[in-house]
Design a protein around this ligand. Structure first.
Ligand code: IVH
Length: 670
């Protein structure tokens, strides 16, 4: 009596788990939270452990993996698993259609089914009286490997057929493709790399490697999925068309690809191919083409097969996204910001219809990780259909002449030193006047918070560089009315204003000057820190890395950056020329400057004075400025409409000045 009750409960749990499994893995539409599913599974496991006699092989608990095998048994396919002829362009598909019309003696359009061609591996699964009894790989088409234990771990494959379709057929051998979705593939490779295992080169290899595991626990941990696309032996059920098969299998819980489409006539099938090709990269898995199949099963039978491929189907392949070529050279490009990027120069090869001859190799670590050498044969691919990348080296084709790449010590554009700062992936050019970086560097140099040359925007800077008027920072201070008169939109007044601004900018602060130089990693704040510490450029130039490291806030990266920058003769030359051109600042040391040690925050508007101007004034007097109110602030200048900063300053009990009081103080100190 009790036993009967337990059996009923076990069956109810199995039924519920199968239902939710189907919702989750096949329909992609879960109904209950994962925790609830886990709880039911745990309950079933407990009941089965207490009643081992009631365990059946199709119980949802039996997916977890079986004891490892010594080797795979061979399985003979009752009906051979055929392969497909390939077509590569529209004309070949039309030819396939003409042949079919001829053989069948049909004049009108033939009805086809178009289906995505999944890039994974083919399997056949046998269901007997609704239970999964065997799963095999395609192998050579006649016999494959018995991977039943592994197949059982794939959640999208039902261990028992669902009964939504009515009667369960006595025998149903289904065929489909096991594949690994891209997201799972990326995750798996990341995990493997973290664990020091070699990464899989593509999702298909990953799927094949995962399914052909002697230990099914390994397969169970891999993100595999499936789409069914055909049947072998069927008993107790008849199908009339391929479309009928694709619509019926899901009723048994067997997933078919929702992107399959009925196409009346070959042109519709060709359109289907091109439509899918356009959205190929949006799919969460890889496809290598579409399969075009005659829909009517009677016609399929009539057409038969030739050399192990059916005459009623053809694979219309997408253009390959991976090709093989040779690396002829590795060159280095210098970006706007001074970052050096190694680029592979390859023997041109057509990938997905576009000629590829260059691919970024990103940085030194990436080259070493992939062990890419000049002279190597490599696989290139267009990732996402656009940017070419080197996937990997074909090591078996490597010759003794192949040369490892050595990063240049000097910038290929300006010959300044190249450094890789501690903790950074990239190499950088340290040249202050490097032509590759000049526009970006100048833009930074003249910016408001740097030398503050108002009216010298990006467009003007670009023109000056393009016309060769400005080749380094100091050239700005030698501009004349004549030289700038020839620039676009540069009238008499604008020219005079610009020259006035340039003249005004000569008087600056050491911190602004340092910031303007654009030393890598030295932003506004660190420039201030260095200026406070050294007071003038001569003192900074004389320093060394270890003294720099003694300064609070300066770490090894910044220290090395400053050190290398200042050890570059061309940089010192440019800086010297800036001083000669009249750039100057008050040499401040902490004790001399009237506002030294003060930290100002400005909030609200100051009548008759821009905030940047106010900041500049106090900085020239030796103070530093900040944007946020904190305990470190010594003085808050609160203008009109001061808001939360003022409130916070009050709460912290900081010194607060009105704009009038502020003006009085600076007038007194100047
Ligand atoms: S039909 C006789 N349909 O392509 C028909 N195959 O080159 C045989 N494949 O071994 C297969 N997606 O691994 C068919 N929707 C699809 C497919 C598909 C992928 C693979 C399958 C087969 C190979 C044939």
């Amino acid at each position: 009596m009790v036993q009967k009750f337990v059996k009923k409960e076990i069956e109810a749990l199995r039924e519920a788990l199968r239902y939710h499994n189907h919702r989750y893995y096949v329909l992609d539409d879960p109904e209950i939270p994962d925790a609830e599913y886990d709880r039911m599974m745990q309950q079933l496991l407990t009941l089965e452990a207490e009643n081992p006699k009631l365990i059946t092989p199709d119980s949802p608990t039996r997916r977890v993996g079986a004891p490892p095998l010594e080797m795979f048994q061979s399985v003979r396919h009752e009906l051979p698993m055929l392969s497909l002829a390939n077509g590569f362009n529209d004309e070949e598909i039309r030819e396939f259609d003409r042949k079919i019309q001829r053989m069948l003696g049909i004049k009108g359009p033939v009805e086809y089914v178009g289906e995505p061609k999944m890039d994974g591996l083919a399997i056949e699964i046998r269901y007997e009286n609704g239970s999964l009894v065997r799963g095999a790989t395609r192998g050579d088409g006649t016999s494959g490997e018995d991977v039943t234990a592994n197949i059982r771990t794939i959640k999208a494959i039902p261990l028992r057929l669902r009964e939504d379709a009515g009667t369960i057929p006595a025998r149903l051998h289904v065929r489909g493709e096991v594949f690994m979705p891209l997201a799972g593939f990326k995750r798996l490779n990341q995990e493997r790399e973290r664990a020091g295992n070699p990464a899989f080169s593509n999702p298909r290899n990953a799927a094949a490697g995962s399914l052909r595991q002697l230990d099914s626990h390994v397969t169970a941990a891999r993100p595999l999925d499936v789409y069914f696309y055909g049947v072998g032996i069927v008993a107790g059920l008849t199908f009339t068309s391929h479309w009928d098969i694709l619509k019926t299998l899901p009723k048994f819980g067997l997933k078919t690809n929702p992107y399959a489409k009925l196409c009346l006539g070959v042109e519709a099938a060709i359109t289907y191919f091109h439509d899918l090709l356009k959205i190929r990269d949006d799919f969460p898995y890889e496809m290598d083409g579409v399969v075009i199949k005659v829909n009517d099963l009677k016609l399929q039978k009539q057409l038969g097969e030739v050399s192990r491929s059916p005459r009623w189907a053809i694979a219309y392949k997408f253009p390959a996204s991976q090709e093989m070529t040779r690396i002829e050279d590795i060159i280095v490009q210098v970006g706007r910001t001074g970052i050096l990027t190694p680029v592979a120069v390859m023997k041109p090869v057509v990938v997905e219809g576009a000629t590829v001859s260059r691919a970024t190799l990103h940085n030194q670590d990436e080259i070493e990780r992939k062990d890419i050498r000049v002279g190597d044969w490599v696989i290139v691919q267009r990732a996402g259909g656009v940017i070419p990348e080197v996937v990997r080296v074909i090591l078996s084709k490597r010759t003794p002449e192949s040369r490892p790449f050595v990063f240049p010590k000097k910038c290929p554009v300006c010959a300044s030193p190249v450094v890789r700062l501690p903790g950074e992936a990239s190499h950088r050019c340290m040249g202050i006047s490097c032509p590759a970086q000049l526009k970006a560097r100048l833009r930074h140099f003249v910016a408001k918070r740097a030398m503050a040359i108002d009216g010298l925007g990006q467009k003007l800077v670009n023109q000056m560089v393009d016309k060769g008027i400005v080749k380094n920072f100091s050239d700005i201070y030698h501009l004349t009315r004549e030289t700038i008169a020839g620039l676009d939109r540069m009238g008499e007044t604008s020219a005079r204003n610009l020259l006035d601004e340039i003249e005004k900018s000569k008087r600056t602060t050491f911190a602004r000057f340092l910031y303007a130089l654009g030393i890598p990693l030295v932003g506004e704040h660190l420039a201030q820190v260095l200026a406070d510490h050294y007071g003038c450029f001569d003192a900074l130039v004389k320093t060394d890395e270890s003294s720099l490291l003694e300064i609070n806030e300066i770490g090894p990266q910044v220290a090395q950056s400053v050190q290398t920058f200042l050890a570059t003769p061309e940089n010192l030359e440019t800086i010297q020329r800036l001083f000669e051109a009249g750039v100057h600042y008050e040499e401040t040391s902490k004790n001399e400057a009237p506002l030294s040690g003060e930290v100002f925050v400005f909030t609200g508007t100051l009548p008759g004075m821009a905030r940047d101007e106010a900041k500049q004034i106090v900085e020239k007097l030796g103070a530093t400025t900040a944007n946020q109110v904190s305990r470190k602030i010594t003085c808050v200048v609160a203008g009109e409409k001061a808001g939360s900063k003022l409130q916070k300053a009050r709460a912290l009990g900081l010194k607060i000045l009105t704009p009038e009081a502020f003006k009085a103080i600076i007038e007194e100190k100047v």
